[in-house]
Unconditional design. Sequence first.
Length: 230
Amino acid sequence: MVDHLANTEINSQRIAAVENCFGASGQPLAVPGRVLLGEGILTKECRKKPKPRIFFLFNDILVYGSIVINKRKYNSQHIIPLEDVTLETLPDTLQMKNRWMIKTSKKSFVVSAASLTERKEWISHLEECIRHLLTKTGRQPSTEHAAPWIPDKATDICMRCTQTKFSTLTRRHHCRKCGFVVCGDCSRQRFLMPRLSPKPLRVCNLCYRQLLLTQKQSSRSQNQAVSPDC
Ligand SMILES: [Zn+2]
Ligand SMILES: [Zn+2]
């Protein structure tokens, strides 16, 4: 589709310009075969509030970052391999329109575009790239993805016990498994989820029990697999 652009001067210049904007805070982006397809500002739903972020769509990765000076300086670069991405369109909320979720195994988040047409274009371009990559590698679309974090403002009380009221002294925490906003008492446990991190992560009590159960079940079936005689 766009492979004929891969070795053109204009493509190299555009990628170099993106690298320049991120400066030392970013990774090198020029890789043989990589094509920059487009860029734009999307609103990303973050923990505290929605924030504008600059997004660059390449034929194999999606790059985004914070805007220091538009078209000049960006930082906090994130690189998402498109092979790992699935998309889900979401209904409008009172504050946010034209939303969709970008889901990956490590992290999932919600973005919104300025118009419905813009959302349509982003989604169709993203999906075309993902399809192209999966065809090339023969991989299946990923089915497992990290739960997106529910924004802090979405709730004043713990979403597990529904008793604890949050305040300046009573902090909000996030379960890394379900993404719910929970109180300290409801998220005392840590669990190792290698897909997300090499360190055990905070999980809510409900997810902890479910994760333990799944772990037990899978180790039991593994034991059965190695000792078929008993
Ligand atoms: Zn609680
Ligand atoms: Zn949870």
